[in-house]
Design a protein around this ligand. Structure first.
Ligand SMILES: *[C@@H]1O[C@H](CO)[C@@H](O)[C@H](O)[C@H]1NC(C)=O
Ligand SMILES: *[C@@H]1O[C@H](CO)[C@@H](O)[C@H](O)[C@H]1NC(C)=O
Ligand SMILES: *[C@@H]1O[C@H](CO)[C@@H](O)[C@H](O)[C@H]1NC(C)=O
Ligand SMILES: *[C@@H]1O[C@H](CO)[C@@H](O)[C@H](O)[C@H]1NC(C)=O
Ligand SMILES: *[C@@H]1O[C@H](CO)[C@@H](O)[C@H](O)[C@H]1NC(C)=O
Ligand SMILES: *[C@@H]1O[C@H](CO)[C@@H](O)[C@H](O)[C@H]1NC(C)=O
Ligand SMILES: *[C@@H]1O[C@H](CO)[C@@H](O)[C@H](O)[C@H]1NC(C)=O
Ligand SMILES: *[C@@H]1O[C@H](CO)[C@@H](O)[C@H](O)[C@H]1NC(C)=O
Ligand SMILES: CC(=O)N[C@H]1CO[C@H](CO)[C@@H](O)[C@@H]1O
Length: 517
């Protein structure tokens, strides 16, 4: 297509954005403070999980897991590899509810090594399951080929007994974990981080363990890693407890494990309620509702500052709606409003990594469980990964609470990138960006042509569509099955038009800050 064609399309697209709702436009100013970073994330902030649920896992009369388990996912599917490779490097956390029922098929437990089965009275209704070393080899080959950075969640219930309903006691028996990690180290498989346990903190979900015992077991895990890694290979991090934030339990864990044992305090977020909740859509579009979870981020940050400044917060698992997600919302464009807002909010409070439940599996996969096709959240998070750098800047919005804004230094570029989320279904915002130290608008004209915009919208304004549009065109795999390129539009030095129910990334290479290069 010639330059004329592109310009024509751009013209039509902008008219479309502004045309629909020209009757309802508000000017709005956002002020970015570029003089200081307020937080910093890990280089690989974006992360997703691979869970253990077998095909028999069902909720609300649906069984949305198919063959998407660590044990049975088709690692040869070309879309899977392409989708991961598009990130350059991609964090994957292996874990989930059944993690504390996993045996590793090595040493004493090499045979028999069987998958999970439905079991009356079993935790979460399932028996123990086993990860064979053949499957672990296949997974690691796949990780190496696709550029995956691995977090592996260990079974932290091994050796403990149920004392009373839901409460488990006794020491962790690490002998099987020892054999597994020893095998992993001997094969040279790089595990970035070992996470200890899943949802055993506080009152627990299926089971809970006392923070004091948990802390002691983490010290044992640390000395085990010191021994096995033997200073020869780069040592992995320790993450814990991979549960729901409970202030006193988390504080106790840091106190009882002690200095420099836990590198990352992982917590889980399911703030949209159960997957069959009919109000998920209205919760996502309600700025007051979205703000509620900020308290969790703030309190975790304070707890770490006070009791374990050597550690940092991670979101180890977040799926929005729990019990496998919502069939109506989790795989639709609307979910990106929750998800992008979460990434923005989490990074403001120093969260290092944010793992989305799931990469694939359940209703909340970034990829569709059956077809492996990318869902809307796949594309929005790919844009985040490519555009948002690690340094977080503070932003103030002067105007409607329905326009939410986050700013980071750009990744691989000068200046800043702003994420704008318009929760309003009726108002278009014309957004002017100001630098708190001066007028951003005083840039010279030639430079302003560098401003790049990525507008994400839904087909026919239907936010429950599974197709996401970038700058007016649907994002679909190419004829060769590749992830499409994600191209910006250049609109020059005008306010940014943020249409109703849209998500916009704006890259401003000429935004002058003292902190971003
Ligand atoms: C909005 O801003 C434009 C300039 O970008 C200005 O012409 C217009 O008067 C403003 N509208 C309102 C309602 O303030
Ligand atoms: C911007 O950040 C700097 C450094 O923290 C602070 O001194 C200044 O007051 C901030 N400006 C605004 C408008 O918040
Ligand atoms: C995947 O590919 C490998 C070789 O690349 C092959 O050994 C294996 O059987 C394949 N698995 C499936 C499920 O197709
Ligand atoms: C731990 O489990 C192994 C089997 O995996 C068993 O041989 C060993 O006796 C157990 N250790 C303790 C202290 O119970
Ligand atoms: C640790 O490394 C040293 C020197 O590289 C080696 O002699 C020793 O066997 C190693 N120990 C273990 C437990 O691998
Ligand atoms: C906007 O949302 C409100 C409720 O959230 C609804 O009543 C109204 O019909 C919607 N308007 C449009 C134009 O879709
Ligand atoms: C908002 O921006 C659009 C596109 O630049 C423009 O057509 C419209 O007049 C602006 N509205 C206001 C109120 O400034
Ligand atoms: C969703 O979008 C697709 C393709 O863009 C379109 O064909 C379909 O009709 C839309 N579905 C709904 C329910 O709006
Ligand atoms: C001021 C404004 O635009 N309010 C609307 C924001 O969007 C929600 C739903 O998306 C509407 O309910 C409000 O009326």
């Amino acid at each position: 297509m010639g330059r004329m064609g592109v310009d024509l399309l751009l013209f039509l697209f902008l008219n479309m954005l502004t045309g629909i709702t020209s009757q309802n436009t508000e000017n709005l100013t956002i002020i970015v403070n570029g003089s200081k970073t307020i937080a910093e994330t890990d280089d690989n902030f974006v992360c997703a999980t691979l869970d253990w649920w077998p095909p028999e896992k069902c909720n609300y009369n649906q069984c949305p897991w198919g063959q998407a388990s660590v044990l049975n996912l088709n690692l040869n599917h070309s879309t899977l590899a392409k989708a991961i490779k598009a990130f350059g490097s991609f964090r994957l956390r292996i874990g989930g509810s059944l993690q504390d029922q996993v045996d590793y098929g090595v040493g004493d437990l090499a045979q028999p090594c069987l998958p999970f089965e439905k079991k009356q009275g079993g935790l979460f209704g399932f028996s123990n399951g086993c990860l064979s070393m053949k499957r672990w080899d296949d997974l690691n080959l796949f990780f190496e080929k696709t550029g995956v950075i691995v977090t592996f969640g260990l079974n932290a219930l091994k050796g403990r007994q149920q004392k009373k309903k839901g409460v488990w006691g006794g020491r962790w028996n690490y002998s099987n974990a020892f054999d597994f990690i020893q095998y992993t180290v001997s094969q040279g498989y790089p595990v970035d981080s070992w996470e200890f346990g899943n949802e055993l903190s506080g009152h627990g979900i299926g089971a809970s363990v006392d923070a004091k015992q948990y802390g002691k077991d983490l010290i044992a895990l640390k000395s085990m890693l010191d021994e096995l890694y033997n200073n020869s290979s780069p040592q992995s991090l320790i993450l814990a407890p991979g549960g729901f934030f409970d202030q006193s339990w988390y504080a106790h864990l840091l106190q009882f494990s002690g200095d420099r044992i836990v590198n990352g305090m992982t917590h889980h977020i399911y703030n949209l309620g159960p997957g069959d909740d009919p109000h998920i859509a209205s919760k996502i579009l309600d700025p007051k509702y979205l703000d509620q979870i900020a308290n969790t981020f703030i309190n975790l940050q304070l707890t770490i500052e006070k009791y374990g400044p050597w550690s940092s917060p991670w979101v180890g698992e977040a799926g929005g709606a729990y019990n496998s997600g919502s069939q109506q919302v989790s795989n639709k464009f609307l979910n990106s409003f929750w998800y992008m807002d979460q990434l923005g909010m989490a990074s403001k409070y120093n969260t290092q990594v944010y793992c989305r439940q799931t990469l694939i599996g359940g209703n909340y996969g970034l990829l569709d469980t059956n077809t492996f096709m990318p869902n809307p959240d796949y594309y929005s998070t790919l844009l985040w990964h490519r555009l948002m750098g690690i340094d977080v800047l503070s932003v103030r919005v002067n105007g409607s609470p329905y326009l939410r804004a986050y700013a980071h230094c750009s990744k691989d570029n000068t200046g800043i990138t702003i994420l704008l989320i318009n929760l309003s279904n009726s108002t278009q915002f014309n957004v002017t960006v100001q630098n708190d130290v001066g007028e951003y608008k005083t840039r010279i004209l030639e430079k302003s042509a560098n401003q790049q915009e990525y507008h994400l919208t839904a087909e026919n304004n239907n936010y429950l569509n599974q197709t996401i549009l970038l700058n007016g065109s649907p994002l679909e795999l190419t004829g060769d099955g590749d992830i499409p390129s994600l191209d910006p539009i250049f609109v020059g030095d005008s306010p940014v038009s943020v249409g109703p129910l849209s998500i916009v990334f704006v890259v401003m290479p000429d935004f002058d800050t003292s902190t971003c290069n």
